[in-house]
Ligand binder design. Sequence first.
Ligand SMILES: Cc1ncc(COP(=O)(O)O)c(C=O)c1O
Length: 461
Amino acid sequence: MSSNGRSDATHVRGVCRDRLAAFMQSERAAYACVRPRSAKLHAQGPNGYYAGAPMHWMLDWPTPFPMVIATAKEARLTDIDGITLADFCLGDTGSMFGHSPEPVVRAIERQLRQGLTYMLPTEEALQVGSLLAERFSLPHWQVATTASDANRFALRVARAVTGRSKVLVMHGCYHGAVDETYVALEQGRAVNRAGLIGQTIDLTTDTKIVEFNDVDALTYALADCDVACVITEPVLTNCGMVLPAPGYHDALRRLTRATGTLLLIDETHTISTGPGGYTRAHQLQPDLFVLGKPIAGGIPASVWGFTSDVAARWDQIRRHKAEGHSGLGTTLSANALAMAAMYAVLTEVMTDEAYAHMESLAERLATGLSAVISQHQAPWHVVRVGARIEFVCAPGPLKNGSEALRAHAPELEQAIHLGLLNRGCLVAPFHNMMLTCPRTTTHQVDALIAAFSNVTEQLIA
Ligand SMILES: Cc1ncc(COP(=O)(O)O)c(C=O)c1O
């Protein structure tokens, strides 16, 4: 093993490159060998989809070809070859409360014969507003279809009510398909992210960027009082998990308030923390709040909330604005089906008991993975936010987005993911993320720890 865990010509984060290549080759063969039906569909070639799948992320798995899924229930996923996996990816959070939770199934079945979308509220839809206000301590809410949409709309309102054009993001952030957030920090300067397709506008004109946890940089960036809104996750989760340093959120709130800047907390992933998200657990006080993905149990829906102050300022604007499109909303937002599912999630699924179960299994998983890492003296670490756990193939804890991005070792991570999958456990393909859901079992958690131990042992002799 290379002593400091860095990658070099012969090793990647403690693992010999030759051993890694051999492992990957045998795992790819093992994957393909037991999946003749998925392989056959894949081998049939072009199926009408550009690049072969309905959505490009479906091809982002470390497998020789994608599994074709037959069914999923609770924390299990079964493919058309009859192989069942313990699902710790859970649709990258969309199914964070398990696949097809019973209350959501009942709500959808009920709604199916009562109309799916009519651009008018149901009684249940009206009650959802109060449930959100109560749960997340913000008085005003709107519904959108994805977290990307909710972030876009919230930023638009933030700009309107402050009369400022700029937003500020954290390096390494992800908030969905939201143009203004696709900026990176390179040698202290904001740059458009390199991978963007079809980008014509220089995003750095209206987006400032700092490192998460860097209070001095934040102070400097907000000093001109030209930023409408800081948009951030309370914990960075999309570049590897970065926890806030003690006092960071207090400083963020103090500085945003002092400079008339609104604060948008995006809880789409950190809702893993507890029934009121990281915001409630840590008493944050955002002006705007966004939550998507699991809020309707896997039916596309998102919500965004805001304070009375933002609402009052928005009222003023609406009173004086010209007729015509506001740039907010999409036709299927808040459709009756999504609202029925959301009502079920808020009243029967996102319960204290569900979170207690998720938390205790997540703790068991994190402890087990950490023990395996220690036992093998691997230069890796584990980080957890409630029911969301990640192993990072680099020493930790990570301080900011730059450290988190540098911590990635894609070829090693892909080998581990595939090794876990072949041992019956699915983790998220993008980074090393695992979620426990209200239906995850102790047996599944122990199976994942055993699989991780076996894979680590084979990689680190
Ligand atoms: C923090 C955060 N916000 C927003 C989004 C966008 O969600 P969606 O793709 O459902 O629009 C994501 C997606 O991963 C996310 O991680």
